[in-house]
Design a protein. Structure first.
Length: 235
């Protein structure tokens, strides 16, 4: 059942099984806070024209996530958040660019939360330094990352983050999706040893300055049912 009380189909038109929210996920990954050049934020962040940036702040966020389990099975993910965007009279965090390794994640992420997911191939190798690369369906390698964790394993601060900084909004198909993920886990500090991005495909994080980086060594996360309303709002 969806939030209107109507039964949802078991699969979409392509045969992908539908997995309604909420989702429970577990895995590991990296989180980054970056100070980005103004031109990347304004012109290279894949922001929809109906949700412009809110203010002139220059902090953006990126995440690489390795979901060991989810409601659609394991998959990888790389996402970018260009700070807060304007949704009418409100400013909210919003994912403007995201790639995942699973078509089931693409379909259900769009339907459940309006997240603009696209699929690509990931090559992930863990070691003293973790290496991640992404290739699109044409075989073009558009992102490469060499990352390193260090220091002790500590409780992650995600559960202490104010609700306003966990509230995310997306716009898709004339609707606004708003949701507040919950997460807990542990982290180590991290550094970027090297990374490269094709700015035609993904925001060029290499042009930014890393303010903070952490490796989430283990997490559990819940993505709730979205609040869905028309956008722009109707009178």
């Amino acid at each position: 059942m969806n939030d209107t009380g109507h039964s949802l189909p078991a699969q979409d038109d392509s045969g992908i099984a539908l997995a309604p929210a909420p989702w429970d996920l577990a895995g590991q990954g990296y989180m980054f806070a970056l100070w980005m050049p103004q031109d990347v934020l304004d012109c290279g962040s894949f922001i929809l024209p109906q949700t412009p940036r809110a203010g002139r702040g220059r902090i953006a966020f990126a995440m690489f996530v390795d979901y060991a389990s989810s409601d659609v099975g394991p998959y990888h993910e790389l996402l970018y958040i260009p700070g807060k965007l304007r949704f009418g009279d409100e400013a909210r965090l919003s994912i403007s660019r995201i790639f995942v390794s699973s078509q089931a994640s693409v379909v259900n992420g769009r339907l459940n939360w309006g997240i603009p997911k696209d699929r690509c191939d990931f090559d992930v190798r863990y070691g003293t330094r973790d290496q991640v690369s992404l290739r699109n369906e044409e075989g073009h390698r558009f992102a490469e990352m060499e990352l390193e964790a260090f220091g002790p394993r500590l409780p992650a601060p995600m559960q202490w983050t104010p609700r306003s900084w966990r509230t995310v909004s997306q716009v898709r198909d004339g609707k606004r999706f708003t949701y507040v993920p919950e997460a807990s886990g542990h982290f180590r500090f991290a550094r970027v040893r090297n990374w490269r991005f094709d700015s035609a495909v993904f925001p060029d994080l290499a042009r930014g300055r890393v303010l903070a980086a952490m490796k989430i060594t283990d997490f559990r996360m819940r993505f709730p049912v979205s609040q869905i309303e028309p956008f722009p709002a109707t009178a």
